[in-house]
Ligand binder design. Structure first.
Ligand code: ADP
Ligand code: ADP
Length: 233
């Protein structure tokens, strides 16, 4: 579903590539965890899936990235938005509306869906993420875990096949992080969504992953293996 073929990204003015020779694949319906210390290129890889790299970051991409068969070099983020949903570390920066229900509806507004389809998708997503009781709440009054679930819900209503998350639990306590990870696991198992999740703390997320990709140091080769293999590294 996501394929990197010998990908290097060099930002304008940088002497060295931010990532080098990245070659891996995320099969449909798997959750792949991307782990590594800060500065090793995790965000660069995620942004290469959403198309921000190379279109909006001043980076040059060598090699090839395809998402659902679309080459990200010839498709801008807008042309990938129907397949890729993206969630960042800080849910608050993601929100554009006031209430939970409005936020879930917002992402579908440019898709030209019939009003009854949009309503049904909002209901399905509220149920799937355990947000039905919070539908009318101002998002600002929710807990961190609840807010992060709303952020995920808002990118799910367009029914993306791929979800890319950049440290989605970094601002959360362990209980709230568990809430969010349980939601992601349900998406993968129940809907067959493909998930690429970046995280700097391997322990927190590893039990949920089908495969683990490790960036050990800036510019180093990416190592790929099962959670058990990577826990031993
Ligand atoms: P991580 O997500 O693992 O912290 P990043 O992909 O954010 O790593 O960063 C990898 C390297 O690329 C760092 O040296 C960072 O400073 C640099 N970098 C990231 N984004 C940009 C950008 N838009 N322009 C220039 N340099 C960048
Ligand atoms: P509709 O356009 O009527 O919502 P779709 O064909 O897009 O129907 O969706 C089919 C089914 O996929 C829905 O009934 C729903 O249960 C399920 N679904 C819900 N969320 C997602 C999602 N994020 N990605 C894929 N399928 C989803």
């Amino acid at each position: 579903m996501i394929r990197f073929e010998d990908v290097s990204v060099t930002y304008d003015g940088a002497a060295e590539p931010a990532v080098r020779g990245v070659d891996f694949e995320v099969p449909e319906g798997e959750l792949v965890l991307l782990v590594g210390p800060s500065g090793t290129g995790k965000s660069t890889i995620l942004n290469s899936v959403s198309g921000l790299v190379p279109h909006f970051t001043g980076g040059t991409l060598r090699g090839r990235v395809t998402v659902a068969g679309r080459d990200t070099r010839t498709h801008k983020p807008r042309e990938l938005a129907d397949v890729v949903g993206t969630v960042g570390q800080d849910p608050l920066s993601h929100f554009v509306t006031d209430t939970v229900e409005d936020e879930l509806a917002y992402g579908m507004e440019s898709l030209g869906l019939a009003p009854d389809v949009m309503r049904r998708r909002v209901e399905e997503t509220l149920d799937l993420l355990g947000l039905a009781d919070l539908r009318d709440r101002p998002i600002a009054t929710l807990s961190g875990g609840q807010q992060q679930r709303v952020a995920i819900g808002s990118v799910l209503t367009p029914h993306p096949r791929v979800l890319v998350l950049d440290e989605p639990t970094s601002a959360l306590d362990p209980a709230a992080a568990e809430e969010v990870l349980a939601v992601l696991q349900r998406l993968v198992h129940d809907l067959g969504t493909t998930v690429l999740l970046a995280e700097h703390r391997l322990e927190r997320v590893v039990q949920y992953a089908d495969q683990v990709a490790v960036l050990p140091a800036p510019g180093a080769a990416l190592l790929l293996g099962t959670p058990a293999e990577m826990m031993a590294v």
